[in-house]
Design a protein around this ligand. Structure first.
Ligand SMILES: Nc1nc2c(ncn2[C@@H]2O[C@H](COP(=O)(O)OP(=O)(O)OP(=O)(O)O)[C@@H](O)[C@H]2O)c(=O)[nH]1
Ligand SMILES: [Mg+2]
Length: 373
């Protein structure tokens, strides 16, 4: 029999209000703001409601204007919110001012994304990369945050007299960053050795916006069982599998982490070892959720991240996924006309995959010929 103290209640989801400034992302604003709700949900929060500043400049001290701030404070109080999530990055002083005014925790979009990555990181490599990104994000924000705590630390193990708490905190963070960088370099060397063995093979990486269906397509093409979920950032690691044609042609396919608008640049930098497979691939397949009305902006965001991580242009083939939920067959045809050389498939419904497979093997064969000559 269970004793009462053994009954564990699931943690209460944090109750969140979302805040956006419509002037920030131009026409992309509704999409990026809807996405914030998905991010909050993925992070385990319950979204109570949202508040949008439609016009006006960014307020340097509190990001939103005075009137909106008052409205937000009332909502937070009336609806018993635990936290407020902003769709844009905030400076350390802005967070401090807002927390003072609102009397609840304030989190920005980057922090939310970092939090999701931290929750979802399973492998050692992913954990190291996320922690590095989180600390890099925190370091500049430590500035002045602890002014009220500033005091002489002194004593054993500190640098000596005159060091303030802030300096101690900063130094600890920097030391930890150095350790993480060193550990990650070791991981990267290991992967590099693995990759060298594969260098003769034709390598294809699936890249694209989070939730586009990369892992579903990867599983369908390789019979792997990579984790799939209708939430953001289901995948944080790189998985590579072989595809072999009846003629024994081999293609190496890699599934990896997805991208998003305003992806914190620390994350992109620290995920270098996971993204290395994509960085070195012979061909990129950019998977696009054709059923998302924002897919063109999502494509632009993906291309932006690719530009950051690749040294030059890379052969890329577009794969429009989720054809099963497109309004009609016409829209699939329209996409193929608009983007010549692209494929329209349903990874879930396993439609259009034979053509895609044939294309990949043909590319591999052509490369084999090039290499042999
Ligand atoms: N209707 C439909 N849904 C699909 C299709 N392909 C994938 N999905 C769904 O889309 C959601 C996301 O799929 P994933 O394969 O996890 O997407 P991903 O691109 O790997 O996402 P991340 O790992 O988060 O970047 C899941 O709920 C899938 O079932 C498709 O062809 N049609
Ligand atoms: Mg995935």
């Amino acid at each position: 029999m269970k004793r009462p103290h053994e009954i564990v209640n699931p943690p209460r989801p944090e109750r969140a209000l979302l805040v956006g400034h419509a002037g920030r992302d131009g026409r992309g604003f509704p999409g990026s703001f809807e996405e914030l709700a998905l991010l909050a949900d993925t992070a385990g929060a319950r979204v109570l409601g949202s508040l949008v500043q439609r016009r006006g400049p960014i307020h340097p001290a509190t990001f939103i204007g005075k009137g909106k701030l008052q409205e937000l404070a009332e909502q937070a109080r009336d609806r018993d919110a635990d936290l407020v999530i902003f769709n844009d990055d905030l400076s350390a002083p802005q967070v401090r001012n807002l927390e003072q005014e609102l009397a609840v925790k304030v989190v920005d979009r980057s922090e939310l994304i970092l939090d999701i990555f931290a929750r979802r990181a399973r492998t050692r490599e992913a954990r190291l990369q996320v922690e590095l990104a989180q600390l890099e994000y925190t370091l500049p924000r430590l500035t002045g945050m602890w002014k009220h705590l500033e005091r002489q630390a002194g004593g054993i193990g500190t640098r000596g007299p005159g060091e303030t708490q802030l300096e101690v905190d900063r130094r600890r963070v920097r030391e930890r960053i150095a350790v993480l960088r060193r550990d990650l370099r070791a991981v990267e060397r290991e992967r590099e050795t693995q990759r060298r063995k594969r260098r003769r093979e034709f390598r294809v990486a699936l890249v694209g916006y989070t939730n586009a269906g990369k892992s579903t397509l990867f599983n369908a093409l390789t019979r792997a069982r990579v984790f799939v979920e209708d939430r953001l950032f289901a995948t944080l690691d790189a998985t590579t599998r072989q595809m072999v044609s009846p003629e024994r042609q081999v293609v190496l396919l890699t599934d990896t982490v997805g991208f998003i608008r305003k992806l914190p640049h620390h994350l992109v930098a620290s995920f270098h070892s996971t993204l290395a497979e994509a960085i070195e691939a012979d061909l990129l397949l950019q998977i696009v959720d054709a059923a998302d009305r924002d897919f063109r902006r999502q494509m632009a965001a993906v291309e932006g991240v690719l530009e950051q991580i690749l040294e030059g242009p890379r052969p890329t083939t577009l794969v429009f996924n989720k054809a099963d939920v497109l309004a009609d067959a016409e829209s699939g045809h329209g996409l193929r006309v608009e983007y010549p050389g692209s494929f329209v498939v349903s990874a879930l419904g396993r439609e259009g995959l034979d053509d895609l497979r044939a294309f990949l093997f043909q590319q591999a064969a052509e490369r084999g010929l090039r290499c042999a000559s």
